[in-house]
Write a protein that binds this ligand. Sequence first.
Ligand SMILES: CC(=O)N[C@H]1[C@@H](OP(=O)(O)OP(=O)(O)OC[C@H]2O[C@@H](n3ccc(=O)[nH]c3=O)[C@H](O)[C@@H]2O)O[C@H](CO)[C@@H](O)[C@@H]1O
Ligand SMILES: C=C(OP(=O)(O)O)C(=O)O
Length: 419
Amino acid sequence: MDKLVIHGPSQLEGEVRISGAKNAALPIMMGALLTPEPVRLSNVPHLRDVTTTLQLLASMGTRIVVDEKLNIELDTSDIHSREAPYELVKTMRASILVLGPLLARFGEARVSLPGGCAIGSRPVDVHIHGMEKMGAEIRVEQGYIHARADRLKGAHILMHTVTVTGTENLLMAAVLADGVTVLENAATEPEVQDLCHYLNKMGANIRGIGTSTLTIEGVDELKGCEHAIIPDRIEAGTYLAAAALTKSRITATHAEPRHMTAVLEKFVEAGAKLDIEEDRITLDMRDRELKPVDIVTAPYPLFPTDMQAQFLVMNCLAPGRAVIEETIFENRFMHVSELLRMGADIRVQGNKAITKGVDHLVGAPVMATDLRASASLILAGLAAQGETVVNRVYHIDRGYECIEEKFHKLGADIVRLTD
Ligand SMILES: CC(=O)N[C@H]1[C@@H](OP(=O)(O)OP(=O)(O)OC[C@H]2O[C@@H](n3ccc(=O)[nH]c3=O)[C@H](O)[C@@H]2O)O[C@H](CO)[C@@H](O)[C@@H]1O
Ligand SMILES: C=C(OP(=O)(O)O)C(=O)O
């Protein structure tokens, strides 16, 4: 398995181009199953999860054309399978997002249960109950969700918790349903909004985009469209965190600062100087001192759980005490034990990580079992003294496009070793 070897401490400078958002690209690609006409997607990030999604769609009969600019055309006019098998779903939880589109367009779907993963149990009860309310018959047998419906019917659905993929799955089920669906307590994440805009381009009728109540008037069919994926706010935040940690100045280009308000405010509270333009964010931490910041993760527009691990590393090097409370996933401190091995002072109490800033971190071999935890270990390695080897780069490749090339271009001493 590949590993990344980092020699720190690094001084970063220059510009980094932010890629399209993983968490927008995946549902939007699955949404191609809703129409027999081709959809053309641009700004799709080059990620392992995107490859897995292409494999999943291809296994169902989707024709895929990738042009020289890496735009992706998906043509689902000849779908012959309505199944998402365990082998693919186990590597990417977002595969559950084929359930809504398959059920809505073909009246049946067989999707492996995604199961628990490193950051928590991650049930899909909201997805299932919502589709049942829309008239689907659902059985869960031998690890698979079997769903059937002649035609889904509009329904009033109050989701008991705010769920991003749950909202997306129910949206994609509702756009082809008979009648009006109201989704209450819907997620308002920019990635959910991007999916709504894309579906409306296809001819769907979704109102309330960006609010917690979405009203969807079902239509008989959807058509093809062209769509550019929004920038990845978590990738942008991760590079800015690297600059903060290494007392550097970098600019994230092709970003969307309007999606990052909570995170950008925390960078300022942490002592960074920010210069924000239309689609560029410059963070300057040169000759400035990191300050500890208390954080509570919460659904958008509040502070995202996907940036928690990166800010935890910043707190490790900020003189003083800070508390980070993780309210979304019950087991999302996998990075803590590895950071302790690098000399951090962190105590985990329930869903809180309490840090006392140390003067410096020391490089070590480390490994994490989820995406953002792994990213945070790269950040720690960039700031630490000596060599850090980040094992199981597999997780990073799920969500960060060419991470070592981007950091290398910013001046980091980082190389990938392939076994
Ligand atoms: C592909 C994708 O977009 N992944 C993102 C998505 O994951 P994902 O959509 O899986 O996360 P959810 O928003 O669904 O999870 C939020 C909370 O709701 C709970 N829950 C969820 C569904 C359900 O049916 N029942 C239930 O109880 C989960 O266990 C969790 O505690 O949102 C998360 C929260 O912002 C992000 O960390 C992930 O990066
Ligand atoms: C948890 C994440 O992704 P996923 O939902 O795909 O596991 C993430 O992007 O941080």
